[in-house]
Design a protein around this ligand. Structure first.
Ligand SMILES: *[C@@H]1O[C@H](CO)[C@@H](O)[C@H](O)[C@H]1NC(C)=O
Ligand SMILES: *[C@@H]1O[C@H](CO)[C@@H](O)[C@H](O)[C@H]1NC(C)=O
Ligand SMILES: *[C@@H]1O[C@H](CO)[C@@H](O)[C@H](O)[C@H]1NC(C)=O
Length: 316
């Protein structure tokens, strides 16, 4: 009898370990790069390889706004984010491998853009969203340093400082579309072309679809770099608000966007699906080991899922 039981266990284990079944369970991964990067850069490519190495069988797609790398980089500085996002919605919907849903990683501004994808399109749907050093609550200053010869970066930077609320800049300079100074919310609420909308901050114009879509994530992991000097304030990665005069930090849970659940964050939070992580280093200083650990925990088959989540994962 003992022998029989062992044999049964062994065959069950064999069935479970079949590579085909495992690869079916491994969700694809979509990566959206940050400002000044390109979809096929060495860094982005190696992140995809690392994800595949950590969770074998991971199909990886890197979001692009132009197949030409240099134009793709320019599009990270210049363009109308709403239009760019619509392009990405079409792009992701056209990739057969993503049809059953996917996990997503957004680096820096790619983080809030992927969140925008979830809120506005989400077809196919994102399961787990990881954002690294994103500007979910905007930037109150633009400190990103440009190399002396980087004219694309320098012209974006000077336009942002001089005339951020003019329609021309809001329609053309990407970081202006997530500029948000808590001391000067009036022009932001009136003119922000992107962030005020996806954060559902406009009274009477809150889009219910945004809330439902984001609340439908299996997990939303917000990662902050503890020594981030590029994102001002760095706590924007956690949707926190910082008073730069007093230094006071208002955590997401104490803000109206959460308390009144404008975009579904409270729905996620009360189900334990919203996580705040800190990783050491400056903006986008990522170690392979750190990434692997995160990929294993959050993107692996069944990784970090409770029983209820596994049911929804099983619909694939
Ligand atoms: C993932 O790894 C497998 C096995 O090494 C390889 O065949 C495949 O091309 C890789 N896919 C990606 C997207 O890197
Ligand atoms: C809300 O957002 C959805 C998805 O982007 C869109 O289809 C819909 O028109 C929006 N509703 C309003 C009232 O703007
Ligand atoms: C920030 O703190 C200063 C000093 O305490 C205060 O005067 C100001 O009203 C605060 N700003 C906001 C937006 O709460």
């Amino acid at each position: 009898m003992v022998v029989l039981a062992l044999a049964l266990l062994a065959s069950a284990a064999v069935v479970r370990a079949t590579p085909i079944e495992k690869s079916q369970k491994q969700l694809p991964l979509v990566i959206w790069h940050g400002l000044g990067d390109t979809y096929d850069s060495e860094g982005i490519t190696s992140v995809g390889e690392l994800a595949n190495e950590t969770n074998p069988g991971t199909f990886v797609h890197s979001v692009y706004l132009d197949e030409d790398p240099s134009s793709d980089r320019s599009a990270s500085f210049f363009g109308l984010v709403n239009t760019q996002l619509a392009t990405v919605c079409d792009q992701l919907a056209s990739i057969p491998e993503l049809a059953g849903g996917f996990n997503a990683i957004g680096f820096s501004q790619g983080g809030q853009f992927l969140r925008g994808y979830v809120e506005r399109c989400n077809n196919p749907p994102v399961r787990t969203l990881l954002t690294f050093g994103a500007q979910h609550n905007g930037i109150a200053d633009f400190l990103g340093e440009c190399k002396p010869t980087d004219f694309v970066c320098k012209s974006a930077s000077s336009l942002l400082r001089s005339s951020k609320w003019t329609p021309w800049v809001q329609n053309k300079v990407v970081p202006a579309q997530y500029f948000r100074d808590p001391e000067d919310l009036g022009p932001y609420l009136e003119k922000s072309a992107f962030l005020a909308d996806i954060n559902n901050e406009r009274d009477g114009e809150r889009n219910e679809t945004y809330r439902e879509n984001l609340a439908g994530l299996e997990r939303f992991v917000m990662i902050m770099f503890d020594e981030d000097l590029t994102v001002v304030p760095k706590e924007s990665a956690w949707f926190a608000e910082v008073n730069r005069t007093s230094g006071e930090i208002t955590l997401l849970e104490n803000r109206d966007i959460y308390k009144e659940d404008w975009i579904g964050l409270k729905s996620l939070g009360t189900k334990g699906k919203l996580e705040y992580l800190t990783i050491p280093g400056r903006h986008m200083e990522l170690s392979d080991e750190g990434l692997k650990a995160l990929f294993k925990t959050y993107l692996g088959p069944g990784g970090r899922l409770n029983t209820e989540d596994q049911h929804s994962g099983g619909e694939l």
